[in-house]
Design a protein around this ligand. Structure first.
Ligand code: GAR
Length: 205
């Protein structure tokens, strides 16, 4: 059984897609906690509905907010095998990356290495893709390292956007493949079928 923690900042539709996949018994995994930088995020309501503990993390010393060091201790206690960034918009501190080497993955709503980096999240990404007049976009799942959107790519899926009229239409198309590709990668990870054979990451059948 793979113990997962999911990091979110907003709506939580990717969190929902992982929960659906677990409920449909497509993977042998469990979400033991949901973490956010935003105490009021709608994704927390999804977690609470599923009776999953939530943690708000940050650098401020305020009631209800824990530090990253406290969070790392909690995650170690929970024996977390995989951290999934599913729409988490803050940079992950190095101490967390060091503690979970090759066990943190992120979903990005474009075909990396294009349209990534600081400030490239959510609709900003789709606007940039739209303004560049790209004919395809897509979703990328990658390992997280110390540089934004830089880690090795695990899986990508394209969508055709030749005829879209707005960035929001790109967002909608990309989101529907995000909801397939992220549970797929987590399932493969839970089966031990994601193999790092330098310089490439391979997904076994
Ligand atoms: C998703 O589109 C995800 O790819 C994106 O935020 C959205 C979160 O939606 N992440 C980034 O832009 C990270 N750079 P959700 O809360 O409904 O899952």
């Amino acid at each position: 059984m793979l113990n997962i923690v999911v990091f979110v900042s907003g709506r939580g539709s990717n969190l929902k897609s992982i929960l659906n996949s677990i409920e449909n018994r497509e993977m042998n995994a469990e979400i033991l906690a949901v973490v956010s930088d935003n105490i009021d995020c709608p994704a927390f309501q999804i977690a609470q509905k599923h009776k999953i503990p939530t943690f708000t993390v940050g650098n401020e010393k305020k009631d209800g907010i824990i530090s990253y060091s406290q969070l790392i201790n909690n995650l170690k206690d929970l024996k977390i095998g995989l951290i999934v960034l599913a729409g988490f918009l803050k940079k992950i501190p190095e101490e967390l990356i060091d503690s979970f080497q090759n066990r943190i993955i992120n979903i990005h709503p474009a075909l990396l290495p294009a349209f990534g980096g600081k400030g490239m999240y959510g609709i900003n990404v789709h606007r940039a893709v739209f303004e560049k007049s790209c004919k395809v976009s897509g979703a990328t799942v990658h390992f997280v390292d110390k540089i934004y959107d830089n880690g090795k790519i695990i899986a990508q899926r394209c969508v055709e956007i030749e005829d879209v009229k707005t960035p929001e239409q790109i967002a909608e198309k990309v989101l529907s493949v995000e909801h397939q590709i992220l549970p797929f990668v987590i399932r493969k990870f839970s089966e031990g079928k994601i193999v790092i054979s330098e310089p490439r990451v391979r997904i076994l059948e």
